[in-house]
Write a protein that binds this ligand. Structure first.
Ligand code: C2E
Ligand code: CA
Ligand code: CA
Length: 406
């Protein structure tokens, strides 16, 4: 796997400092955050300036895209700060692109590189830096995404990602049965970054693999501590797992190693997957099947949204449904939603599955759900996702006044 070692996404260059030289390997590209950079090629031993790049421009991406040596040099013209974009970030995207786009990109790069360097009228256009000719909103969005991804990679290395835990409770008694591990990132520069935002970037790239592995390790270690405060019943932990993680050969072996190290039982781990897993990589589905055979529980997350083609349920068994919070939001105001929700619960029970309803925020919603025979509830009414120490306090409190009233 590629290089996860960088501790900061930001690189500082002094005035006159070389960022890269002709012939260097293309190990990363850069987005210029501040300052300016001169890109030059050497002609008869003399530097021939091609272009000056400034804030918002991308630099050095070509050598990373086609893994050829740098065809130009770049040096900072003043104090310059760049965000480094790793070769992994770029090469993964090229590999994931439509094969026709890949072919076109490779042809284009080949053409640019084979353009004679001397006396070329197009010379000034063959910059090894890409200048946003007309900075558009789309460009800005792409650059923002690449920046966030670089920072996320550094956050992983610097241990800035932590799971928080949201209680999953018995819907009748409100007793805590387990927790969903929900990842949190507090960035020194951005503050709290929404998990919806950064997990989708992580899932688009292979970053979700080390992030997911860290979440599994940490949440299993924490579950052992929670269990110690709750000796009367087994607690479980629900972990969100993306198809890309399941497509890794060693996913199950790693999971088993972690639970063995922590002396947990597979049934204490629920893997939350969305129905995407049935539509994407067949290898991921195979791994999921092997996880289930090994005793891990599988819950279908965000059930009732998406494509909801139920056909896959005839071929693949899961242990539970998590009914999306969109249904709970309308359960009081919309009779049809209530009927739909009750039908989903009946279907799940008919298939011998456990049901979790997420997003319960009010007592009124809980009253309806208690009557409809749902098993487990999750939502702000019972508690938000809490850091480790607060979960410990909650369990101590619950042991003192059982059942809890959060
Ligand atoms: P999700 O798996 O559907 O997680 C439930 C989300 O609903 C969480 O948002 C949770 O805080 C929120 N939620 C829970 N109860 C309520 C409620 O009563 N009202 C409302 N309005 N929201 C509620 P969060 O933590 O922002 O996570 C968003 C998404 O990020 C998750 O959705 C999941 O798809 C993803 N995610 C979080 N942690 C991980 C992770 O470790 N791995 C992966 N692959 N994805 C993760
Ligand atoms: Ca989930
Ligand atoms: Ca969900």
């Amino acid at each position: 796997m590629s290089n996860w070692s960088s501790t900061s996404a930001l690189k500082h260059f002094q005035m006159g400092e070389t960022i890269f030289s002709e012939g260097d390997p293309g190990d990363s590209a850069y987005i210029i955050e501040s300052g300016s950079v001169e890109v030059a090629v050497s002609v008869d031993g003399q530097p021939f300036p091609l272009r000056i790049l400034t804030s918002g421009d991308v630099l050095g991406e070509m050598a990373v895209m086609d893994t050829a040596p740098r065809s130009a040099s770049a040096k900072a013209l003043e104090e310059t700060v760049c965000v480094a974009i790793s070769s992994r970030q770029i090469s993964e995207r090229v590999q994931d692109a439509d094969p026709v786009v890949q072919l076109l990109v490779n042809t284009l790069l080949h053409r640019i590189r084979s353009t004679p360097q001397i006396a070329s009228s197009t010379k000034s256009n063959i910059a090894t830096g890409l200048q946003a000719e007309s900075p558009s909103e789309d460009n800005d969005k792409v650059l923002d995404k690449m920046r966030l991804e670089s920072e996320l990679q550094a956050a992983l290395t610097n241990n800035q990602l932590r799971p928080h835990y949201q209680p999953l409770v018995n819907i009748q008694t409100r007793q805590i049965l387990g927790f969903e591990a929900l990842i949190r990132w507090f960035s020194p520069t951005r503050g709290h970054v929404s998990p919806g935002e950064f997990t989708s970037i992580a899932e688009e790239t292979s970053l979700i693999i080390p992030i997911g592995q860290q979440t599994i390790q940490q949440s299993c270690r924490d579950l052992v501590q929670f269990q110690a405060l709750c000796p009367d019943r087994p607690l479980f932990i629900s972990i969100n797992v993306a198809p890309r993680q399941l497509a890794e050969d060693d996913f199950l072996t790693n999971l088993q190693t972690v639970i063995d190290q922590n002396r947990l039982k597979p049934a204490q781990i629920k893997l939350e997957v969305t129905e995407r897993v049935f539509m994407e990589d067949p290898v991921a589905l195979e791994t999921l099947q092997r996880c289930r055979q090994a005793g891990f529980h599988i819950a279908l997350d965000d059930f009732g949204t998406g494509f909801s083609s139920l056909n896959y349920l005839t071929r693949f068994e899961v242990d539970g449904f998590k009914i999306d919070r969109a249904f709970v939001q309308e359960i009081i105001t919309n009779q049809r939603t209530q009927v739909l929700l009750e039908s989903m619960l009946a279907m799940a029970h008919g298939l011998g599955m456990q049901t979790v309803v997420e997003g319960i925020e009010t007592q009124e919603q809980l009253d309806v759900l208690q009557r409809s025979g749902c098993d487990i509830g999750q939502g702000y009414l019972f508690g938000k996702a809490l850091p480790f120490a607060e979960v410990q306090q909650l369990l101590i409190q619950e042991a003192a006044h059982n059942p809890i009233r959060v």
